[in-house]
Design a protein around this ligand. Structure first.
Ligand code: XMP
Length: 317
């Protein structure tokens, strides 16, 4: 019968045999799958694993810094790439969700390809693909998914010509978490909610701007922190705030305000294919709403999404 200890041990030995002294490049997303894949590979080949973590400017508040810090503590050979301005520049003026996804995917590949070129004699591309990705072929999370879904757009970037190594290919999500646990990864990484590759780029409805990102990051941070403080975070499949392209009237003191709306989403799900909205306790919602409206400039109204999937999707775009 399957144990995570035995899986980790055999996989590390197999990777050692397969990869020898070859260099491997891997895109880290901060998510569970790419992190566990990276730690397994690191245990097998050490510094020959070159990890790249791209800041697309569409991550949660402080996410880039805190995730990078965690990975460094783990001894990973990792390069952080600040590509915020490049993503933002390419997204300027674009409103259509699918077009935004394509741009974010393409720019990610360009940035990653540039970085991969700087690693001399790299032979392998490692990916955190898990079993459901293999069977569905359309996967949901992280850069590996981004790479796959843009596979056949134009010519292949050079790193796509590398040999592929996918150490988690036979595992389900809960098994990946157990392996991560065996390897000593912390709940900070293992317990996180799924987060889409295009990030806040598809949680800002319509055009993405630096100002909207900053507002959404603050509101989302207050939301998630309150879910953690209330002990609810681990019971929720996925939660996040959404910036709506709507302004509404409010009052502050004697002044009339005309500001933006934040929608809060939290769902229960087993696999993301279907989902129910979470019946969050009113006192928690009340506290979150007050805190967002009082602390985040530019927001005067907070609404809670009570739609299930189907017919609604988890994301709004
Ligand atoms: P939907 O909105 O389709 O989302 O109900 C289901 C799951 O997929 C994630 N999602 C994405 N992940 N790139 C990704 O890597 C995407 O473009 C994308 N769109 C949705 C979503 O966060 C949820 O977990």
């Amino acid at each position: 019968d399957w144990t995570s200890d035995a899986f980790a041990e055999t996989t590390i030995a197999d990777l050692k045999a397969q990869l020898g002294d070859d260099k491997v490049v891997l895109a880290l997303s901060g998510g569970v799958d790419s992190s566990v894949a990276a730690v397994l590979l690191h245990k097998a080949i050490g510094k020959n694993l070159h990890c790249i973590f791209v800041d697309n400017g569409l991550l949660r508040k402080n996410e880039y810094e805190s995730v990078l810090e965690q990975y460094k503590d783990f001894g990973l050979n990792i390069k952080g790439v600040d590509a915020k301005d490049r993503f933002l520049g390419e997204l300027a003026g674009v409103e259509d969700p699918e077009q935004k996804r394509k741009i974010i995917g393409r720019v990610f590949i360009e940035v990653f390809d540039d970085e991969a070129h700087q690693i001399k004699d790299v032979k392998w591309l490692a990916q955190g693909t898990i079993y459901p990705d293999v069977i569905e072929s359309v996967s949901v999370n992280g850069p590996s998914a981004t790479i796959k879904s843009h596979h056949n757009v134009g010519g292949l970037p050079d790193f796509m010509k590398l040999k592929v190594v996918e150490p988690l290919k036979t595992l389900f999500k809960d098994e990946v978490r157990r392996v991560g646990n065996t390897l000593g990864l912390e709940s900070f990484i293992l317990g996180r909610h799924p987060f889409p590759g295009p990030g806040l780029g598809i949680r800002i409805i319509g055009e993405v701007t630096a100002e909207k990102i900053a507002i959404l990051q603050e509101a989302d941070h207050i939301y998630i922190q309150n879910l953690k403080d209330a002990g609810l975070y681990d019971q929720i499949w996925q939660a996040g705030a959404i910036f709506l392209p709507v302004r509404s009237v409010g009052v502050m003191g004697d002044e009339r305000t005309y500001e933006n709306v934040i929608a809060l989403r939290a769902v229960e799900s087993l696999d993301g294919m279907t989902a129910d909205w979470c019946h969050l306790p009113y006192p928690v919602l009340a506290k979150i709403s007050n805190e967002i409206i009082n602390k985040v400039r530019g927001i005067n109204r907070v609404v809670y999404d009570i739609s299930s999937k189907p017919p609604a999707t988890i994301e709004w775009e």
